[in-house]
Design a protein around this ligand. Sequence first.
Ligand code: TYF
Ligand code: FE
Length: 370
Amino acid sequence: MAAAPDTATDFLPLEGTDYVEFYVGNAKQAAHFYKTAFGFQSLAYSGPETGVKDRVSYVIRQNKLTFVLTTPLRSGNPMADHIYKHGDGVKVLALRVQDATNAWEETTKRGGKSYMEPTRLKDDHGEVVLSGIHTYGETIHLFVERKNYTGAFMPGYKEWKTVYNPTDTGLQYVDHCVGNVGWGQMNKWVSFYEEVLGFRNILSFDDNDISTEYSALMSKVMSNGNGFVKFPINEPAEGRKKSQVEEYLDFYDGEGCQHVALATNNIVETVTTLRDRGVEFLTIPTSYYDELLDRVGHIDEDLQPLKELGILVDRDDEGYLLQIFTRPVEDRPTLFFEIIQRKGAKSFGKGNFKALFEAIEREQELRGNL
Ligand code: TYF
Ligand code: FE
């Protein structure tokens, strides 16, 4: 397992995910969806009223999870082109750092392609420094240095107050974000995370581990030194029919973020609430549960609710985890969410790959993309 992080040699100390920004066709409605269905609350807004003329952004928060939903106000700009090409999707995976200038210098001198030079933003509530580099596809890593900023989100945003703030669903923080990359590209991106960001490859899955009858993929999990930030990278593999990763690449029209895993401390309660609020999950044959306890041994949860909700369980040397996957959250079969509860396990649910990928393939089949 992972060795203790060596902070003395970690040239890019990360404190975790600061926020995830989505470029979407209609940020107002997307914010409403994530509030209503996933239990986020209104936090901040930027747009023409705050002096930003080309876009609107709504910032929503639930515990340590912050999402930014951004829409361009006109056509003929990179934001609008991004949405035209990819549909709604993840644009920015923002990482919290102590020093965004240093993060930019360390990563760009190691070959990272600059997206934003260190930029100091100030208002009455203090100062935020941003910088950024490109990663796979058109996805960006921003480095966010918050100093002692006391405003709602960051300079350029005002507090967004609404009477409508549905109760939260127990979602806590980003556990990991997965990228889908093109054929033959996985090792290039593994090297990128190793060399440019100082990450390590902590787990690998090849097509023998995870090919089902049809679709196949390879995956390598990249982690930063302290384990707060984990980015698995998937590449399609040759199978009998079309890989789920290939379906994503076709419909996203390129590489991008495939899923964001959201942690909860009580997956049964969280998933019950999400389902009641209209979030759609992949369904698992009830036969999965016949041999579950033989495979994973004793678990604290009752089997019945797990079975009713379709929650998957896997065990590793250090404990177990419970996980479930939503169906894609937009009309293209691209981005989806994972809900995960870790009870000691630091792995990613390899024992569930067969059941999970068969569930995905059933949906691919219904879409005519298998
Ligand atoms: O993040 C992971 O590795 C797990 C498993 O297309 C997984 O959530 C891997 C690939 C995939 C869906 C889930
Ligand atoms: Fe995952």
